[in-house]
Design a protein around this ligand. Structure first.
Ligand code: F0G
Length: 460
């Protein structure tokens, strides 16, 4: 191979295509207004490049589609379940494997059992559904990433790490008997898709052992995290991505996975654990709410595709392309002068909207303004991860803002080519040109939980 920097090429050929619809800015203007300036409420047919999420939006391989045809749809003891169970046991080293229809179903089951009033969960950063499932039980969810990691610009290799100094203080403050679990999210989605180091999880394991605490790994992007460990953490250069994931997962007491990410499937979730008594409680809830223990809300074909996806995701060519193609977008945006969370994470590029739109006050949601502008200018859909998603109100109805006002451009797996991404980069030239004219938004409707999904806005 040439020593020159080669174009990053997709390590796959395209066998089936899904047409995209090109629309005008005027058309999009009307559609966005109809959607209450909330892109979650747009029709996907009106979106050109959909970077709303990397969850369940990936393309399956020919082998996975083959698995769809051979899936065993038996209610109990299906062949496809046995295949999935063996793959997940090998990956996690955990004996009790429960399938669920997606990640939040696993969260509802586990945190429903562990949570309740007076209980406390501590995490590097709880994802929004994780926090909602915990708070729904009456328990409290506390985020503790390192303070420096909140700075979008500091260049550190593992900005997803949990703060190991704050943790013992919280254990003391709340009492270990009240800590329901410590949850380490890899990669750390809500704080920029940043990776977590093996050293951090090992040290966390020790603290959990010393205090008899349950350690849950929320590992829906465990393969992407393994890529960063291999390339950034000493001692892992010669291990395979799968070996790194296996080593990390063996440090946990339980593992929750939304399989819609690194499972490379469009639906699915997993809940696995080491403790038999806990697994029996979880199985009861699984049967009541998801389905029997050998399908848990999934069709046999879904389990077959997931079993194959969990092997494919550790392919070195795939992972290299995956991480480098996300970095391609982030590095080019940064070179244009767009403030991005640095370094670039695994599944998404996060833009610092507070910095890009420094003239828009936080209570007018600069992130939402960017999300709307990207749709208007390019038909690009993405999500605000700031005070719309995480903001709260104080007693006087004043906004308590989130730590950052980010906008996430999440990259679906194996879906868009480099020219789609180059188009996104072109649209940012317009965004930069019109940044001073952009105005903020106010919320006209919001539900009590997960308000970003259905809130409605008006332009100021
Ligand atoms: N945990 C993390 C870290 C996640 O990123 C997600 C989903 C979940 C749990 C819940 O899984 O969607 O299968 O129920 N994240 C998606 C996203 C929705 O867009 O980042 P789910």
């Amino acid at each position: 191979m040439s020593k020159r920097q080669l174009t990053l090429t997709e390590p796959f050929k395209i066998k089936m295509v899904e047409p995209l619809r090109v629309t005008t800015e005027e058309y999009r203007h009307n559609k966005l207004k109809e959607a209450g300036y909330n892109p979650f409420l747009l029709r996907s047919d009106d979106v050109f490049i959909d970077l709303l999420t990397d969850s369940g939006t990936g393309a399956m391989s020919d082998k996975q589609w083959g698995g769809i045809m051979t899936g065993d749809e038996s209610y109990a003891g299906a062949r496809s379940w046995e295949h999935l169970e063996s793959v997940v046991k090998d990956l996690t080293g955990m004996p009790y494997i429960l399938p669920t229809h997606q990640g939040r179903a696993a969260e509802r089951i586990l945190y429903g059992i562990l949570g309740g009033k007076g209980k406390v969960f501590i995490s590097n950063t709880h994802f929004d559904t994780t926090r909602a499932n915990i708070e729904f039980t009456g328990a409290t969810a506390i985020d503790i990433v390192y303070d420096e990691a909140q700075d979008p610009e500091i260049d550190l290799p593992f900005k997803g790490n949990i703060d190991l100094e704050k943790l013992p203080k919280l254990i003391k403050q709340f009492g270990k008997e009240n800590i329901a679990a410590v949850i380490i999210t890899v990669t750390n989605n809500s704080s920029g898709g940043q990776p977590v180091s093996m050293a951090n999880v090992k040290a966390l394991r020790k603290i959990c052992d010393d205090n008899n605490l349950l350690l849950v790994i929320d590992g829906c992007r465990i393969a992407e995290n393994s890529y960063f460990i291999k390339h950034r953490e000493k001692g892992f250069e010669y291990k395979t991505y799968k070996e790194i994931a296996q080593e990390m997962l063996r440090l946990g007491d339980a593992f929750i996975m939304s399989a819609k990410k690194d499972g490379l499937v469009n639906i699915g979730g997993l809940l696995t654990m080491k403790d038999e008594a806990l697994s029996l409680k979880c199985k009861n809830l699984l049967i009541i709410s998801e389905g029997f223990t050998t399908y848990g809300g999934l069709a046999g074909r879904d389990m077959e595709a997931l079993a194959i996806g969990l092997k494919e995701v550790f392919d070195p060519d795939y992972l290299h392309y995956r991480i480098r193609s996300t970095a391609y977008l982030g590095e080019k945006l940064r070179a244009k002068g767009v403030p991005v969370v640095w370094p670039i994470g695994g599944h998404a590029v996060y833009i610092d909207a507070k910095k890009l739109y420094c003239h828009i006050p936080i209570d007018q949601y600069p992130g939402q303004a960017l999300v709307c502008d990207l749709y208007l200018k390019g038909g690009i859909r993405c999500v605000e991860i700031g005070s719309v998603m995480f903001g709260k109100y104080d007693k006087n109805g004043q906004l308590i803002p989130a730590a950052n006002e980010l906008v996430r451009l999440a990259i679906p797996r194996r879906v868009y080519t480099q020219s789609h991404i180059d188009f996104v980069l072109d649209v940012f030239d317009d965004i930069l040109e019109m940044r001073e004219q952009t105005k903020g938004y106010r919320i006209t409707y919001e539900p009590p939980f997960l308000r970003h999904f259905t809130a409605l806005f008006e332009k100021n």
